[in-house]
Design a protein around this ligand. Structure first.
Ligand SMILES: [Zn+2]
Length: 109
């Protein structure tokens, strides 16, 4: 599946460049999803509107926070993150547990 990088106010407010990351379970190495990381810094949270290529976790950004499942590995059931609302932007995200996921850069722009 071809994923196009999104270019919007969130990206602009983070310096205007993005990387597309492949997110995997650190424990069993199963690929969980693709994620567009905007701007510099380490990956602490994943905004739901930036998650793609996952049947379970794509398209949840308009769901009520209480209906959003934990971010779990579908193979080993490890919990990788929990849903939060990032207050500053009123934007749903997963807060990732430290060391729970590994990342591989797919593209950047
Ligand atoms: Zn796993």
């Amino acid at each position: 599946m071809k994923t196009k990088l999104k270019n919007d106010i969130y990206k602009k407010s983070r310096g205007g460049y993005s990387r597309l990351l492949e997110i995997s379970c650190e424990k069993c190495k199963t690929v969980i999803c693709l994620y567009q990381k905007d701007g510099p810094g380490i990956l602490k949270r994943m905004y739901l509107d930036r998650i793609s290529d996952s049947k379970k976790y794509t398209g949840l950004e308009n769901s009520a926070i209480k209906n959003i499942p934990n971010l779990e590995c579908l193979i080993c059931n490890q919990i990788l993150g929990v849903p939060i609302v990032y207050k500053k932007e009123d934007r749903p995200a997963y807060r990732l547990f430290v060391g729970a996921v590994s990342k591989k850069i797919i593209s950047q722009k």
